[in-house]
Design a binder for this molecule. Sequence first.
Ligand code: DGY
Length: 325
Amino acid sequence: MARSERKPRAYLCRRFTENVEAALKQRYDLSVNENDRILSPDEVESRAQGAQVLFASATEQITESVLRRLSPTLRYVATLSVGYDHIDMHAARTLGIGVLHTPDVLSDACAEVAMMLMLNACRRAYEADRMVRSGNWTGWGPTQLLGIGLKGKRLVVFGMGRIGRQIAVRAQAFGMEIHYHNRRPLPAGQASGAIYHADLDEALLAADVLVIAAPGSPQLKGVINARRIALLPPRAILVNISRGDLVEDAALINALTAGRLFAAGLDVFANEPDIDARYRGLDNVFLSPHIGSATEETRDAMGWLLIDGLDALYQGRTPDNLLTP
Ligand code: DGY
């Protein structure tokens, strides 16, 4: 691709890291959503006209209409996310549009955030931080801000995939007993002693701490509902790093308000960024704004995985991170 007019046209829906954008500009005739505002499907459709490659992220809804309107030129959607529930995969397959995503390179970062949420929820970090900042701290106290320790507790990982396994490794180092629920057990040797529950309800009964790490999908919407939250042991802790809509907000908020759950740590929400406002008023929930993969190294690595995958495709090879067609 020596001359700039011969570069394939591409549209970048969100600003990627400087390193990654520089590499994209070398390879593509790149138009950029300069101010980084989240784009509606209509905006993506009109701005990306003529593009061969659409660089997206989990904030853009890549609907059937977007794909159809762009399909005369569009060859690939490259999403800076491991999740692809924001893309109409059926339409992409039907239209012969390749979808690339960013597995593996973000597993450590996401597992770190799961541990961050777990620790902050167990140790009442939001209340503790506020006490010091507000000037209301009157000094050390024997019963002040007592939390719950992790050692010896049972962690249930709902969704023991690449990220779930990294969470389990870290939790084991904290002395936790690991349980998990997947549709199928992990192959021998990959479970590192974790106890498998074929039945989600049965797994929940064991969860001193529940971490939701299952991929987002329409089938799992609302799976953690009032009935299932009631199965958790009293004063359990719930952590969600997957997608917000797996959890029924009203059910979780009721359980936190009633003290039925000790605390929650949430990095993801239904309808981001317009989260259920009731969370803001709860002391026993630790909130973060979908930062699972947000480290400098990880975001660079995610960008490079997309670049390398597309380079391979343009050279006639099939990269591992290609999902369709
Ligand atoms: C992912 O990679 O799916 C994260 O949730 C960021 O979108």
